[in-house]
Design a protein around this ligand. Structure first.
Ligand SMILES: [Ca+2]
Ligand SMILES: [Ca+2]
Length: 167
């Protein structure tokens, strides 16, 4: 994954070479790192706990590790994380409407932007389902990853996220 460089990044790298002493000069370079065994992306670190738990216990588990359940800030982030998951497992994320029906709230208080996430078609579909998970559905030949509101009490896998540590 680290070896995949997009066109935009190449362009950025080339531009920063010629931009002199602006941010990006060697003295100002910072190193971002993730805890051991956590997955690394541009800005965050991710971890899949080994055990399946209810949504509330999954939330607690992430908190104990100094992290939080996954907060999807962009479609790119959802795509990135989906590529790393097992197809026939469902993963709790940090989105719920426990306080008010269809009032979706991220666990870290990030504003909910429906354009930043991708629900499965027909979801959310049930006013008794308050906790959101990410799973794979074979709705057509290709199959897709998407969000689904589900029963909070069913033990599922989950995804924890934490900020990278900058040195
Ligand atoms: Ca995030
Ligand atoms: Ca549902």
């Amino acid at each position: 994954m680290a070896s995949e460089i997009t066109y935009a990044e190449v362009k950025f790298k080339n531009e920063s070479k010629t931009s002199g002493a602006n941010p990006g000069s060697p003295a100002e370079k910072m190193w971002g790192c993730c805890p051991e065994h956590w997955m690394d992306s541009n800005t965050s670190c991710y971890f899949i706990p080994a055990e399946s738990k209810t949504w509330t216990d999954s939330k607690k588990k992430c908190t104990e590790m100094g992290a939080h359940l996954l907060v999807i800030n962009s479609r790119e982030e959802q795509q990135f994380i989906s590529k790393t998951l097992k197809k026939y497992t469902a993963y709790y994320v940090g989105l719920s409407d426990l306080e008010r029906k269809n009032h979706w709230q991220w666990i870290d208080q990030s504003p909910y932007d429906e354009n930043a996430v991708s629900w499965h078609s027909g979801e959310p579909n049930d006013s008794n389902e308050h906790c959101v998970l990410l799973n794979y559905r074979n709705s057509n030949q290709d199959g897709v990853w998407g969000l689904n509101d589900a029963n909070c009490e069913i033990p599922q896998s989950s995804i924890c996220e934490t900020m990278k540590l900058y040195l």
